[in-house]
Design a protein around this ligand. Structure first.
Ligand SMILES: NC(=O)c1ccc[n+]([C@@H]2O[C@H](COP(=O)([O-])OP(=O)(O)OC[C@H]3O[C@@H](n4cnc5c(N)ncnc54)[C@H](OP(=O)(O)O)[C@@H]3O)[C@@H](O)[C@H]2O)c1
Length: 354
């Protein structure tokens, strides 16, 4: 399916100087459908140039027409003709700004948690719940949120095999990278050679957002399937590793499970520039996935970092165990919002032309 018009839609990046904001700049600079025209930031960085603050290891800052970081109110952004915003605002500051932008007709694709629990639902992971998704309207525009980075990896990896297993419970232990805490990062004395077995509100997000995406019922309700999470911060730069155990009611053959993973590609025909094919890459080696080796899984080139790697699959009924790796800032962050925007465009949720 093809998009729209040949012109690129002018968009703003909110929180452009932050870790996710810089990923948005990288992903949108040469995007075929969107043109990043306004880089907006907070009080610490407004007035500076993004080139002075660029932090993405191994990635040159792309050439932009204008890399000045500014402050603009929603009304000014709407008047200037912004088609959409890609939001990397801190959770807690995003709600009012994003609501106001929607009210003024600017589409919002957000990484922040503030609107994830809204009714009607805004939470979208296209390969997982895209077929059930409706058009979440805010004022005259659409507001879509991508899930928490750890929940994203878990839901994508589980989607193909859960119908075969009929789970009773899902256990997950995460080993989350330092970049998950954003810029400027955690103090080196706390993290060097250390593991911190607590990340504020993370286990709750993994359980509740994972359950919503996978249709496992409201956590705590009588018929729900619990997701029991332990989340730890480890001294890794990028990439969240997760060890998963599913307690299953059914006993399919191992080859059926592997086949379900291999065949999974629900966006194969949609023509979304940032969709990885396949979205789940199975690793046969005994010691993969690893952040250093598998962080950038995803084909084609625009979808680097968008696939989840799954390995160490062990099926000892009733327990399925495996390890997954997700790029927290690409698939679990900015890339997730970009894919949501592409999905909305192709499903015809957005009007053609700004
Ligand atoms: N890091 C990850 O792996 C990850 C993954 C998924 C989702 N997320 C979510 O993505 C969002 C951004 O995370 P991050 O890691 O990029 O954090 P970050 O590095 O701390 O960046 C946050 C950015 O927001 C800007 N900002 C703060 N208040 C603002 C305001 N009132 N108006 C405009 N800009 C404002 C800050 O600007 P100043 O620099 O001027 O203060 C900063 O550039 C958060 O909601 C986070 O939960 C993060």
């Amino acid at each position: 399916m093809a998009p729209l018009t040949s012109a690129r839609h002018p968009v703003a990046i909110l929180g452009a100087a932050g870790y996710i904001g810089q990923q948005f700049v990288r992903l949108l600079a040469d995007h075929p459908w969107f043109e990043p025209r306004w880089l907006l930031s907070g009080p610490r960085t407004t007035g500076r140039h993004l080139s002075e603050l660029w932090q993405l290891a191994g990635e040159r800052m792309p050439t932009l027409g204008d890399d000045l970081l500014r402050t603009m109110r929603p009304a000014a952004l709407a008047r200037a003709g912004a088609f959409a915003v890609f939001s990397a605002l801190p959770s807690g500051t995003a709600r009012d700004v994003e609501t106001e932008l929607g009210r003024r007709g600017v589409h919002v694709f957000s990484n922040a948690a503030d609107h994830r629990g809204d009714r009607p639902p805004t939470l979208l992971l296209p390969e997982v719940n895209g077929s059930e998704a409706r058009t979440p309207r805010r004022g005259r525009a659409w507001l879509l949120t991508n899930p928490n980075c750890t929940a994203t990896g878990l839901a994508l990896a589980l989607r193909p095999v859960l119908p075969l297993l009929e789970p009773r419970a899902i256990h997950v232990a995460s080993y989350q990278s330092l970049s998950g805490a954003g810029l400027p990062g955690l103090p080196s004395l706390a993290t060097h050679g250390n593991v911190i077995p607590f990340i504020e509100a993370e286990e709750e997000k993994v359980s509740s957002e994972g359950a919503r995406l996978l249709g496992l019922g409201r956590p705590g309700s009588a018929r729900s399937v619990p997701i029991l999470a332990h989340c730890a911060r480890v001294p890794v730069r990028e990439g969240h590793l997760e060890s998963v155990t599913v307690e299953a009611r059914r006993r399919p053959a191992l080859r059926s499970l592997l086949e379900a993973w291999r065949r999974f590609d629900p966006l194969a025909l949609d023509g979304l520039p940032s969709a990885p094919h396949p979205p789940v890459e199975l690793r046969p080696e005994v010691d993969r996935p690893q952040p250093v080796l598998d962080l950038w899984a995803g084909d084609p080139a625009r979808a680097r970092g968008m696939a989840v790697s799954v390995g160490r699959v062990r099926w000892t009924p009733p327990h399925l165990r495996f390890t997954l790796l997700v790029h927290n800032a690409v698939r679990g962050g900015a890339g997730g919002s970009v894919l949501n925007a592409e999905f909305a465009m192709v499903r015809g949720w957005l009007p053609l032309g700004a």
